[in-house]
Write a protein that binds this ligand. Sequence first.
Ligand code: SF4
Length: 373
Amino acid sequence: MKLRMNPAGIDLQKDPWDPIHSLRKYGQHVLTSIEMTVTNLCNMRCEHCAVGDALVWKEGPKLPLKLMLERLEEIDTLETISITGGEPTFDKRNIEAYILPLLQYARDRGLKSQINSNLTLDYERYEQIAPFLDVMHISYNYTNVEDFLAVGFERSGREVPHRQAAQLYENMVENTKRLTKAGLFVSAESMINYRTHHKLPEIHQQIVEMGCQRHEVHPMYPSSFASNLPVLTLEQTREAIHSLLDVRDEQIWMLFGTLPIFHCSSDSADHKLLNRLRTAPHTTVRNDPDGRNRLNVNLFTGDVYVTDFADLASIGNIHKTSLQPLFAKWMTHPYQQLVNCHCDAASCCGPNLLVKDTYYRNTDFHARQAIGS
Ligand code: SF4
């Protein structure tokens, strides 16, 4: 069976954002990925937004691009960059001043690149970026405009007219179709949460119809805007994943990430699901890059974070320090030590901090080991 075109040329078995590959290559976690927050502006206010508390309606100047490029150039192990926001293209001046030069830098150096966008604005701004970009990453958690209105503007603090939401929804769908048709690799991410867990097959079908080459699926964890949303049980999460695998289109790449289910579990239901994921066609489970092989840089302050959402305080600033020494410092941090396990036969390098905090507060992962891999 042939996989639908993967224009980014990313090998499923060597997903460059998955820290397991650099861990194997170097024998320890190294910094291979930098995510840059280029704006805190956004036309939406999604209820699950991982950076929702940082969003603004007006923002000040950014760091000189030169400084960011110098810090990237210093990282000899760098393999990928990601550009995130807010909506990175919200202020069109960002495209020429930051986004295109960063993507061009990545292309020239042979790095893979990703932008996280909502694709709801005019097509021209995305068309401008597409030739230099490897992965266009969008969120897609909807089956219709009503879902989009309920999820996408929940935290806007004002009534958003149905007509306005419908226009943005239509833009997103049409932009995605046009971009995938033009050959761009679009990866649509859905969250497994209290709204979506019974709707994933329908959401998947719409993602396939938009021509996306990859469907990314991650459980939602309580952070930032999502802090007070209901959390699913592990059983509900497993059921949701099974329901999706029952119907998914085998020609597109299914990428599951930040799963709260591990090979060291004593629950046979976890092993049943993990085995299904391991043998399903064109399906991968990504270890979370945050704090494993990736750091996030805020391009306004220069502050460096372990994740793009700031529940953990900044670990340093690029005005003063290069990124590899900051990463080395993070590797000795007590929080990192909490989740720094590794079972190579299971291709697993431990839970991320949100997963541990949500489901495994009292579990010592260092005392566990993958079973039967
Ligand atoms: S690496 Fe950690 S989380 Fe993964 S199977 Fe091993 S002990 Fe469990």
